[in-house]
Ligand binder design. Structure first.
Ligand code: ZN
Length: 409
């Protein structure tokens, strides 16, 4: 078999194209291939109208899969047609997508490597491509995947914010809670950031959407109220967020009480107890049980705050609206009589948002899935070794978490 025939076969080059020349550079460890075509008519890339060749663009080079250890490059001058409707256009070549510097097979390999490697840099080293080339492949893959994506109904979504860099702006991330995919990313956390997502939903998607899990973040609340029909009826405040706020309140009570002891007595029974109060009743490790029982027996303020926090957990076990409202009323009274300001503050916050909190009863969703995706996003951030800009971060989130069909065809 001639070397030109060999490469035609392994590259899948077919009429009217053929490989006319193969050059092997043993010192540079590279193979260069030239493709030529027979005289033929070409479809316009826009409207597929059959047209005669007009002229040729300058020679272009595509990187292909390596031939053994040799980097392999395909060269060709792409014919151009002069379409009456679309003007002078380059025709499509069978081995690459328009504007790509890689053949389809090479681009697929790079996508696989970026997916599997723990870092983009690692993928670059294996594929022997530059960081910019890898990002080019990623962003083209994301664009392609998002164009192909079907507008499917999503009964439950979660909205969360994610810091792009410490102390930097936040990204808004919208997840499909059932498929555990990121559906939308915006580079801020304003009303508009989430509003844009609602605006681009199809009428059928809007109709199907039953619950939106979120923190009590005012811009998200406003966006859902104003940009989604009956939006207010679909808000479900995330229970984990509420419990985090409650746990913070317990910690504030502990700190204040601890400082009081130190100031008055020079020592405090609360020394080194911070983590004890963060556990839930069932999760307290056995080895801490005695210590915890001992401090609880002192009947401190933090003990009361902790009991109120643990009491709140019951809220998410009810299945009847009337019952959960009765429970909340009792709990709220308990919290408000506690004379513990941080606890009262959280209780009031829950009271103000009560309908959205209790919507958990008909729609038991949380941002738990979104939180899982968020930890994936955090690891993407670490792996990428820092993003040059916010756009790169967005691209990486879609690439790894979007559930998209990324491959060129
Ligand atoms: Zn045309």
């Amino acid at each position: 078999m001639q070397d030109t025939k060999l490469f035609e076969t392994i590259l899948g080059i077919a009429t009217p194209w053929r490989i006319s020349r193969v050059a092997l550079d043993t010192t540079g460890e590279r193979v260069d291939l030239w493709a030529e075509h027979a005289d033929t008519r070409w479809p316009c890339p826009e409207c597929q109208q059959d047209l005669g060749g007009h002229d040729h663009a300058d020679e272009r080079v595509w990187r292909h899969l390596d031939t053994c250890q040799y980097q392999t490059f395909l060269h060709a001058r792409v014919p151009r047609v002069d379409c009456p409707t679309h003007g002078v256009r380059q025709v499509r070549v069978p081995w690459a997508e328009p504007r790509s510097r890689f053949t389809v097979l090479m681009e697929r390999l790079i996508i696989d490597l970026i997916r599997q490697c723990s870092t983009v840099k690692g993928a670059c080293a294996i594929a022997r491509v530059t960081w910019d080339e890898a990002w080019g492949v990623m962003s083209r893959a994301v664009t392609r995947g998002r164009v192909r994506k079907q507008a499917r109904p999503m009964p439950y979504i979660g909205v969360d914010e994610k810091a792009f860099r410490k102390g930097h702006r936040y990204h808004t991330v919208v997840c499909d809670l059932e498929r555990a995919t990121v559906e939308f990313v915006a580079e801020d956390r304003k009303i508009e950031s989430l509003g844009t997502f609602y605006d681009q939903l199809t009428p059928a998607q809007r109709e199907a959407l039953q619950g939106v899990a979120m923190d009590m973040w005012e811009p998200y609340i406003q966006a859902t109220r104003t940009r989604l029909p009956d939006g207010d009826q679909r808000i479900v405040f995330d229970r984990f967020h509420i419990m985090r706020e409650m746990t913070k309140a317990v910690d504030t009570v502990r700190k204040q009480e601890h400082r009081g002891f130190l100031r008055d007595d020079g020592e405090s029974p609360l020394t080194k107890t911070k983590y004890l109060w963060l556990f839930s009743e069932e999760r307290l490790p056995e080895r801490h049980a005695d210590t915890f029982a001992a401090v609880q027996a002192l009947e401190l303020k933090v003990g009361r705050a902790w009991a109120i926090k643990e009491g709140l957990r019951t809220l998410w076990t009810f299945r009847q609206d009337a019952a959960v409202r009765r429970f909340f009323k009792r709990w709220y009274g308990w919290a408000m009589r506690s004379r513990l300001d941080p606890v009262k503050k959280v209780a009031r916050m829950i009271q103000r948002h009560l309908d959205g909190v209790l919507r958990y009863v008909p729609h038991p969703i949380t941002n738990g899935v979104a939180e899982g995706l968020n930890s994936k996003i955090m690891s993407i951030k670490r792996k990428a070794g820092g993003f040059r800009n916010a756009q790169h971060f967005t691209t990486a989130i879609y690439f790894h978490c979007g559930g998209l069909d990324l491959y060129p065809r």
